[in-house]
Design a binder for this molecule. Structure first.
Ligand code: IPD
Length: 278
């Protein structure tokens, strides 16, 4: 099946009950969420319900494809032998969802030979469906994403950053190390960046970089389901993804630190930006 048709199928899936639940149940679980790995790693029954809706729809229509979803993923499980699989975060930004802050989305990617070739990210509270497929460009709702060709330079940038929900030692969870990177961006670089923003959703950060609202997004500790769909959208919108294992989206990821940089500038500026960032 053509990737563009798969893109349309995914849009239709999120447009139904998925969008309805994420939009209308936001804020309703403040007293009834559960914790996963720690006190700041939240899940609600809607996360699981949305994942089941998506899994049922996709496995019915595409029985041969593998499936990885945040809520049903069993640590150590791998899709290494699968050349095509779905990579799904039913609600990315679950903390926002619990609080009713309108920055939660559903993120669905089709990963083929280690790279996301179709991506759909839907934030129903803001009426935004971002979508892309390999070679077909990136869209916000029905409009193609075209970024203004303005200068890309660290000193004039707005950067999305997330602390993440992991509280472990090592680069993915170690808060001191993440804060050191943040501090260096805000104060130690030769000239300071314009500012840092946290939306609370990795997938939406990727989309907002794709459309040029942010110049870049950096996080250590993301999982494939957080960023796979956004990566397809970003690349189709001319952006780049560095760090981590951008060419290899098989689970589990070895390196979970990513820097996403917007398009709308020449590749040289993108390279300089990446060099200046580290
Ligand atoms: C989280 C969000 C958050 C990011 C974390 C993710 P979830 O996803 O995307 O912004 O910092 O790394 O785990 O748990 O809400 O699906």
């Amino acid at each position: 099946e053509e990737l563009k048709d798969i893109e349309s199928t995914l849009i239709n899936i999120v447009k139904g009950e998925v969008n309805y639940l994420i939009k209308n149940r936001a804020g309703a679980y403040f007293d009834s969420y559960n914790n996963k790995a720690n006190d700041v790693d939240l899940v609600t029954e809607i996360d699981k319900k949305v994942e089941n809706i998506i899994r049922d729809a996709l496995t019915f229509k595409y029985p041969a494809y593998g499936f990885i979803g945040e809520e049903s993923y069993v640590k150590g499980e791998s899709q290494l032998g699968t050349d095509k699989f779905w990579c799904v975060d039913p609600i990315d930004g679950t903390t926002n969802f619990v609080h009713g802050y309108p920055m939660s989305c559903c993120s669905i990617a089709l990963v083929e030979n280690g790279f996301p070739v179709v991506g759909v990210v839907s934030n129903p509270s803001l009426g935004q469906i971002f979508h892309a497929s390999k070679g077909n460009g990136a869209f916000l709702n029905s409009e193609a994403i075209n970024i203004l060709p303005r200068q890309l330079i660290l000193q004039k940038s707005l950067v999305a950053f997330e602390g993440g929900a992991e509280r472990t030692e090592g680069p993915d969870g170690n808060f001191d190390a993440k804060m050191a990177t943040l501090k260096s961006l805000l104060s130690d670089k030769g000239a300071h960046i314009h500012g840092v923003r946290c939306t609370g959703s990795a997938a939406l950060n990727m989309c907002y970089v794709s459309m040029g609202l942010f110049d870049a997004y950096w996080e250590c500790g993301v999982n494939s389901w957080d960023v796979a769909a956004g990566a397809c959208i970003l690349v189709e919108a001319g952006g780049i993804l560095v760090g981590g294992m951008p060419q290899d989206w098989r689970i589990p990821l070895d390196n979970r630190c990513y820097l996403a940089v917007r398009g709308g500038s020449n590749p040289e500026e993108q390279r300089w930006f990446v060099e200046a960032f580290w």
